[in-house]
Design a protein around this ligand. Structure first.
Ligand code: OAD
Length: 244
């Protein structure tokens, strides 16, 4: 298709734990998953947090150390390259609480499940940076109450940016899911919304989900499959052609 009229479709990208696997961070499901040895109910629910905040903070403090040390891989870098060079909007939504997209230079990353480097006060509901270790009895810098929880969306809580995501899913012409098992809602439904709105849909995963809403499933490690895909899109852009 020729894009001589300068019209390139907007791209929306949803990433999950699999994109950070090649940076050494564990995924949630599957062997070596983050939840190994830890019951989700204990470390990712409000009930678990209220019951034992000390354990939950220790869990996220240790995860914070690991994620701060991690470096972006070729998949994060490819998306950053795409966002910089593609002539239309490239929006990145991530379920990951790590900051590897930002470390790769990607702008305006929407962390729909929160961020490891922030804490949310359950008293005044303000979010604040929490770069160092936090203990459950630490006071909120705003209201002074010891009511800080990791600013991470626990099961049963509403993810962030959902209105904005819906807007992007209606306006995008291309939807790409990278390294997500597609079993946690509402992110699992994004591909359906994008497709209903006419987007071309792509999945990059080591194990294809088999979800028929994806037009194309690319099997392999994202760090190996995503860079050549981005190269192809950007070469087409140079020729003023729309690959999609
Ligand atoms: P999962 O752990 O459920 O899925 C990771 C996906 O990445 C799997 O489908 C793997 O096949 C795939 N994968 C692994 N290595 C890969 C690689 N190198 N390249 C490409 N794909 C690879 O992680 P998410 O889908 O992100 O929520 O999980 C969604 C949510 O479940 C998380 O955000 C978390 C969890 O409960 C909260 O913390 C609220």
């Amino acid at each position: 298709m020729c894009a001589a009229d300068g019209v390139f479709p907007e791209i929306a990208v949803l990433t999950g734990a699999g994109i950070s696997a090649e940076s050494g961070l564990a995924t949630f499901r599957g062997a070596g998953g983050l939840w190994n040895g830890r019951r989700v109910e204990d470390v990712a629910t409000i009930e678990g947090f209220k019951k034992d905040p000390d354990t939950v903070w220790r869990f996220y403090n240790s995860l914070k150390k690991e994620t701060v040390a991690a470096l972006p891989n070729d998949a994060h870098k490819a998306l950053s390259r795409l966002q910089k060079a593609y002539p239309a909007k490239v929006s990145i939504f991530t379920q990951n609480v790590d900051l590897l997209h930002e470390k790769a230079g990607t702008q305006n990353v929407y962390h729909i499940h929160g961020r490891i480097d922030r804490a949310l006060c359950m008293n005044c509901m303000r979010s604040n940076p929490s770069e160092s270790e936090i203990t459950f009895d630490a006071p909120c810098p705003f209201c002074g109450k010891p009511a800080l929880k990791p600013d991470i969306v626990f099961f049963g809580e509403v993810p962030y940016y959902l209105d904005l995501v819906q807007q992007k899913l209606s306006s995008c012409g291309v939807f790409i899911a990278v390294g997500t098992s597609g079993v946690v809602c509402p992110a699992a439904s994004f591909v359906f919304t994008a497709k209903e709105n006419g987007a071309k849909t792509f999945e990059f995963n080591t194990e294809p989900s088999g979800n028929p809403a994806f037009d194309t499933a690319v099997t392999g490690k994202a760090g190996e499959t995503l860079p050549p895909f981005v190269d192809k899109i950007l070469s087409a852009v140079e020729r003023q052609e729309n690959l999609f």
